[in-house]
Design a protein around this ligand. Structure first.
Ligand code: SDX
Length: 379
């Protein structure tokens, strides 16, 4: 008989894994990647260096970083069969449905798809991280009737994503802004999509299947889809003058306000702290002050109403203004989140396999017992 079982709805009070990738202190609003606080990384690191840190649990030397970047970027060009597949997609397909399908399809073009050796898993993880930007850009260009642009394996992932997406080199400021957002979203303990990926890989299924699980899980509006919800809310409100009335109604209806609250943080999400200052600068540089001012007003109303309940802005609240100011389409916001979190998801899968145990909790049965089978003629 298993040890004493207890029902923990939403696993809110359950530790389901051990990890050395990232640490969160929800009460103090602390996030560290392998012990380094997120603010230091956002100010000084790059997405590629952060990926190295999450996988190897230490910062690289400059020689190691150059070699890692070269190897990672070399995987960026997509197999041509993938581009043929993208061109078959309905142009009206929601981007997260397209991305989930494309991540899964990448396995069909990878001879190592079912090789679960650590070396093959690291190479597949590199392909997934290097190719996700190209998948997103290819679908967006396809749906807009524009020619799909190939990845440049000599360029950094953030910069090259913006070039492939917009068909023009981004400014250094834009590329750097996106790179910071990729750092901030790269890992976050055992969030729902990371947990899903670990459940999948723990069955000894493959890395692509685990990433398809993760993308599908991130899509939900209670999780990664919230950043799109924040932007929809800002567009719905329309102007700073309409914020107070809109929020009064939201709160009166006890509606969940997207971009606020968190299962773990009962203080300010440190990523939101950083993103808030970042969003303000980018909004001003790009003439989107309206979005930032509306967000600030929403935050102060929410602070008054629910901060006492430990409900603060989370990473999605100010990332919405940042992405909008970068000129990214609203329905690509969660795809950008997935592009970044691919680093954490793959890192957690590799960690799960080191000392793996199948993840299989119990369910409390609430149905009947001893029910007789009634033949169909008597039903
Ligand atoms: C991400 O887990 C991670 O680490 C996720 C993430 C990552 O990096 O992977 O950080 C990314 O997913 C951030 C969260 C993005 N989601 C949203 O912004 C959606 C809006 N937030 C909520 O749906 C909610 O806060 C959750 C889902 C994030 C957390 O919900 P919980 O922990 O299940 O808490 P709950 O729904 O039980 O709420 C507790 C109370 C309730 O009030 P009471 O019924 O007790 O009176 O807080 C209230 C809720 O109504 N509440 C909110 C609220 N979030 C919680 N009230 C208004 N607006 C909100 N956003």
């Amino acid at each position: 008989m298993p040890a004493a079982l207890h029902f923990d709805k939403g696993l809110a009070n359950t530790i389901a894994a051990e990890t050395s990738l990232s640490f969160i202190d929800g009460e103090k609003g602390v996030l560290e990647y392998v012990g380094i606080d997120i603010d230091s990384l956002a100010r000084q690191s790059t997405f590629e260096e952060t990926t190295f840190l999450l996988w190897r649990r230490r910062l690289p030397t400059s020689g190691e970083l150059s070699a890692f970047e070269r190897e990672l970027h070399a995987h960026a060009p997509l197999p041509h069969g993938m581009l043929d597949l993208v061109r078959l997609f309905p142009r009206s397909a929601p981007p997260m449905h397209a991305l989930r399908t494309l991540v899964s399809a990448l396995a069909l073009f990878d001879a190592e798809a079912d090789d679960s050796s650590p070396a093959a898993n690291e190479r597949k993880s590199m392909r997934l991280i290097a190719r996700t930007p190209g998948l997103i850009a290819a679908f967006d260009r396809h749906r807009k009737g524009k020619p799909i642009l190939e990845a440049d394996p000599s360029a950094g992932l953030a910069r090259d994503f913006l070039r492939m997406l917009n068909g023009a080199e981004p400014t250094a400021a834009m590329a750097q802004a996106l790179d910071v957002c990729l750092i901030l979203h790269a890992d976050h303990g055992l969030n729902a999509s990371t947990f899903g990926a670990r459940v999948t890989i723990a069955t000894l299924s493959d890395m692509y299947s685990a990433m398809a699980t993760a993308v599908g899980t991130l899509k939900g509006p209670l999780h990664g889809g919230a950043n799109e919800g924040v932007m929809q809310m800002l567009e719905e409100i329309g102007s700073i003058d309409a914020v107070d009335g809109y929020m009064r109604e939201k709160l009166a209806n006890k509606d969940k306000v997207m971009g606020f609250g968190h299962r773990v943080y009962k203080a300010y999400d440190p990523r939101a702290t950083y993103l808030k200052t970042f969003a303000e600068k980018i909004a001003r540089d790009t003439g989107n002050e309206r979005l930032f001012e509306m967000s600030k007003r929403i935050e102060s109303i929410m602070h008054e109403a629910v901060a006492a309940k430990g409900i603060y802005p989370n990473v999605d609240f100010y990332s919405a203004t940042t992405y909008a100011s970068l000129g990214l389409d609203l329905d690509l916001f969660t795809c950008i989140f997935a592009m970044s979190r691919m680093a954490g998801w793959t890192g957690h899968c590799i960690e799960q396999l080191d000392g793996n145990r199948l993840i299989r909790p119990h369910a409390e049965y609430t149905g009947p017992h001893g029910v007789a089978y009634t033949t169909i003629d008597r039903r």
